[in-house]
Each structure stands twice: as structure tokens, then as C-alpha cells.
Ligand binder design. Structure first.
Ligand SMILES: [Cu+2]
Length: 317
């Protein structure tokens, strides 16, 4: 009886809130539209172009960010100017693989919705056949599903950065060779080798990740390789915490290296010592990947600008 009364009361309160137009703090619908674009993109710091397949013309695609309980209302447009079918596979979605994730022919579009039910860091990618080619040519990105609230176990970070690693193969590499992992030339971080590493590539833009000493920096590291795992290690630092799959329920402490299988992603926190400047090189310690481009510099200095690693700056272009 007591429970029943409580239920009635909470329903009444909810109805009152809805009636006066207070937005439901619990969940919202987030509209996301992407256009499959078969187009050339600049693929390295020399300005060389590559015939990519992309979401919205960029590698990686845009960051999608929602909260647990939100509904993602998604539309994929495949313009008739494209030659290939494309699709969308959100790893955060629990749907029907043959329905929502079905390929979309040129000139068509596809709409579907899903509820983001589990907090975490999830890859998305095109799953049209041959999937290996669609991923290798650039059709991937990340969807962040934030928890409803931060906790002591999963604190709000001071700065956040997305690092999506992938393999670059020469234009025209056959599907057979992609499957053999044959001929890959570079490891890309957010679409370019040594993207944020002017130490190893003097032609890099000079952009580096930044934080202030003692801040908690959360790296959302995504493995968009087609064949190779990643050994994520912050040189001259230690991961304070690793949240496998980015879930607040999964916490590892004091990790030197964390392994990311293909098509996985995790949240990794680094907290630099207070009172002095430090710098880290976040690498895929798999040497064949590191020396082909999977190195990212993080500078921990009082000079870090306020807006670095915040808002739209979590995936630096
Ligand atoms: Cu595709």
C-alpha cells in the first residue's frame, strides 16, 4: 500500500513537471544526420590527397555525444553521385542488424532510432560490403554515451580528447590485400599520421593536446584498425584509471599500457603531477604502428588555454 502511494505521488509530480513545460532531465531525442561522401581528403601533413569514403567528408566522422537514456534519431543520406552503397553501424545501438544497419544504395537514405542504454565509448562505422574496405577508406567515428551523472568512481574530467587510430593503405589496395593486412603505410590518428606530434613530423600543424599540471585528462581511444590491436601507453606517464569500453562500472587503476582490440574503445585518464610541467607521448606501443604515425603529444603546462580539450575541441581537426 505504501509503495502504491509513493508510485502515485511520483507520477503526479512527473505530470506536474511535464505540464509546466520543464524539460525532462531524464532523456531527450538527439537528431543526427550524416551524408556518405566518396571524396578526396588530405591524409597527411604533406597535404597529400587520398580517395576516401567518409561520413560528411571527413576522417573520422563527427563525434556524436548523448547521455544514457537519450534516443538517437539518425538519418544516413547516400547521394546518387556516390558509386557504392553505405550503411551505419553504431556500436551503441541494440537493434536488428539486417534492418537498421542495412546498406543504403546511392540516391537513397535511411532513418532509424535507438535508445542509448549503456554508458560508454563506442565506435561507429559503415558496414556495407566489403566492410573492410569501407572502414579502411575512412568510414568510422565515435559515439560517446555519457552517464546521467558523474561520481567519485567516474569523476568529471578537466579535459577530454578523442583519439581514433586507423590504418592507411595505398589507394586501390584490393580487398584481398586488406584482409591480409598487406601494404599498410601509416597509422592515422584522427585521420593523419603524427597528427598531433611535431616532434616526429616537423610538418605537423604544431597542434598538441594540452592540459594544466594536476588536471584529469580523459582520452577516448578508439581502435578503428581493420586488423591490428592497439597497446595504448602514455610515455612518461601512467594511466591513473582506465575505464574499459568507457563504462563507469569498469575501473582499472594505475595502468602502464591498455590493450584495445579491433573495434573497441575505452576511456583512459591521465593525471599529471602537480607543481611541475610534464609532457607525455601517447603511443600505440606496437612499434610498427607507433613509428608509422601513432604518437600523440600531450603537454601538461600552466600555459594550457582554457578551451583546450573542452566542448567542440575534444576532437581537434
Ligand atoms: Cu561505406
Amino acid at each position: 500500500m505504501k509503495l502504491f502511494k509513493k508510485g502515485v505521488l511520483s507520477c503526479a509530480v512527473f505530470a506536474m513537471l511535464a505540464g509546466v513545460g520543464i524539460p525532462a532531465a531524464f532523456a531527450k531525442t538527439v537528431e543526427v544526420t550524416m551524408t556518405a561522401m566518396e571524396t578526396e581528403v588530405v591524409i597527411n601533413n604533406n597535404g597529400d590527397k587520398y580517395p576516401a569514403w567518409t561520413f560528411d567528408g571527413a576522417i573520422p566522422g563527427k563525434v556524436v555525444r548523448v547521455k544514457v537514456g537519450d534516443t538517437v534519431d539518425f538519418t544516413l543520406i547516400n547521394p546518387k553521385t556516390n558509386k557504392n552503397s553505405h550503411s551505419m553501424d553504431f556500436h551503441a545501438a541494440e537493434v536488428h542488424v539486417l534492418k537498421e544497419f542495412a546498406p543504403v544504395k546511392p540516391g537513397n537514405s535511411k532513418h532509424f532510432i535507438f535508445e542509448a542504454r549503456r554508458a560508454g565509448v563506442y565506435m561507429y562505422h559503415c558496414g556495407a560490403s566489403a566492410m573492410v574496405e569501407h572502414i579502411a577508406r575512412g568510414m568510422y567515428g565515435v559515439i560517446l554515451v555519457d552517464p546521467k551523472r558523474y561520481t567519485k568512481k567516474f569523476p568529471k574530467p578537466d579535459r577530454e580528447y578523442v583519439l581514433i587510430q586507423s590504418q592507411l593503405f595505398p589507394a586501390g589496395t584490393s580487398v584481398a590485400d586488406l584482409l591480409k593486412n598487406k601494404g599498410w603505410t601509416n597509422a592515422l590518428i584522427n585521420g593523419k599520421p603524427f597528427n598531433y606530434d611535431p616532434v616526429h613530423d616537423p610538418k605537423a600543424s604544431g597542434f598538441m593536446l594540452q592540459s594544466r599540471p594536476g588536471e584529469r585528462v580523459r582520452i577516448y581511444y578508439v581502435n578503428a584498425n581493420i586488423n591490428m590491436p592497439i597497446a595504448a601507453h602514455p610515455i612518461a606517464g601512467i594511466w591513473d584509471r582506465v575505464y574499459p569500453n568507457g563504462s563507469p562500472k569498469n575501473v582499472l587503476y594505475d595502468m602502464q599500457t591498455y590493450g584495445l582490440p579491433v573495434a573497441s574503445a575505452s576511456a583512459m585518464d591521465i593525471v599529471s603531477p602537480k607543481g611541475r610541467d610534464t609532457a607525455n607521448a601517447i603511443v600505440d606501443h606496437t612499434m610498427s604502428a607507433a613509428l608509422r604515425g601513432a604518437i600523440t603529444v600531450l603537454i601538461n603546462s600552466k600555459a594550457a588555454p582554457d578551451d583546450a580539450g573542452k566542448g567542440d575541441n575534444i576532437l581537434p581537426r
